[in-house]
Write a protein that binds this ligand. Structure first.
Ligand code: ZN
Length: 319
């Protein structure tokens, strides 16, 4: 497939009991409900694959393009597209949860991948918090505190601010708190084990399902804060912060101001526009881009240029 232009994607939206309206209010998306929690901006996952919006592949789903036109992805191997990029609007607290690693997900869930994820805090209310990790020092203590419902003692709460970045390896107990909007870059997996849901009920009085035993099996005990060191660099037209380089992905925050020209230094790049507007062009294409757009720069687009004022989240697979 000859395609010297980005693959723009049509987001998939997910209704969640904890969702709100910020995906419309702040990003201008046409959301399906007043409790829309997730915008899957770049997804080939079976639970919500995105459709291509432009060019010769218009109307195809990203998973089909991955299958049929692997040259656009530098002939990367793997049955399933590796990453998933979402924007989340947590109007209420998310359940306290944990995700399995690749081995567990394959053996127990038939999922291709486990779920290591990372979060860039786009916006949050003052006083907003995350749950990140726990205070148990042994598996028996962890089990006991869960069985006794000692959530206040068990869960580690941390205050957050816009612009912060968190790396969440599989096995980390975590929850995004009310009043938080994040961009999440993750392995392409939809397996979540709920440990605690604040005893909430839906409009029919039902509690959501918990997965206590599985959570105990996959959680990292004691909690380990992952080490990583963001690297900032500047060149003509670009301030880049390499937020993390991990096993599954490398994630960057790019601030384009003016004109930034570059070679494609990866098999392909996933790009989400957090704010601003401008243009992306190559030798034979030019596209207007604005806040809320999600696109892939394919292997065939060996050189490209951004022009404008743009804040971008950019990631690449490290397979
Ligand atoms: Zn998660």
């Amino acid at each position: 497939m000859y395609q010297h232009e980005p693959l723009f994607l049509k987001p998939e939206f997910k209704d969640r009991i904890w969702g709100g309206t910020k995906l419309k209010d702040l990003f201008g998306y046409d959301i399906p409900s007043e409790t829309t929690g997730e915008c899957w901006g770049i997804s080939a996952h079976q639970n919500g694959p995105c459709e291509i919006k432009n060019g010769p592949l218009e109307g195809k789903k990203l998973n089909e393009v991955w299958e049929d036109h692997r040259n656009l992805f530098g002939d990367e191997e793997g049955e399933h597209f590796p990453l998933l990029v979402k924007i989340l609007d947590a109007n209420r607290d998310l359940s306290v949860q944990v995700h399995p690693d690749d081995t567990y997900a394959r053996a127990e869930e038939g999922e291709a991948y486990g779920k290591t994820e990372c979060w860039y805090i786009i916006d949050c209310d003052s006083g907003a918090e995350l749950i990140f990790g726990h205070h148990a020092t042994s598996k028996s203590q962890f089990t006991e505190m869960i069985d006794n419902g000692q959530w206040g003692d068990l869960l580690r709460r941390i205050p957050i601010e816009p612009g912060q970045f968190y790396f969440v390896p599989s096995g980390t107990i975590h929850a995004i708190g009310a009043g938080t909007m994040i961009l999440e870059t993750q392995q392409s997996s939809d397996t979540t084990y709920r440990v605690y849901d604040y005893d909430r009920t839906d409009d029919k009085g039902n509690k959501r399902e918990l997965h206590i035993e599985r959570s105990k099996e996959v959680s990292t005990i004691p909690h380990v804060d992952p080490e990583f060191h963001p690297v900032v660099s500047e060149e003509e037209g670009l301030k880049e912060t390499k937020l993390i380089e991990a096993t599954y992905f490398t994630v960057y925050h790019w601030e384009v101001d003016g004109v930034y020209s570059t070679d494609l230094d990866a098999r392909y790049l996933l790009v989400s526009v957090l704010s601003g507007e401008g243009e992306i062009s190559s030798a034979d294409s030019s596209h207007f881009v604005k806040q809320g757009d999600h696109f892939i720069i394919p292997s065939t687009m060996t050189e490209f240029e951004f022009e404008g004022e743009l804040e971008l989240m950019v990631s690449k697979s490290n397979k």
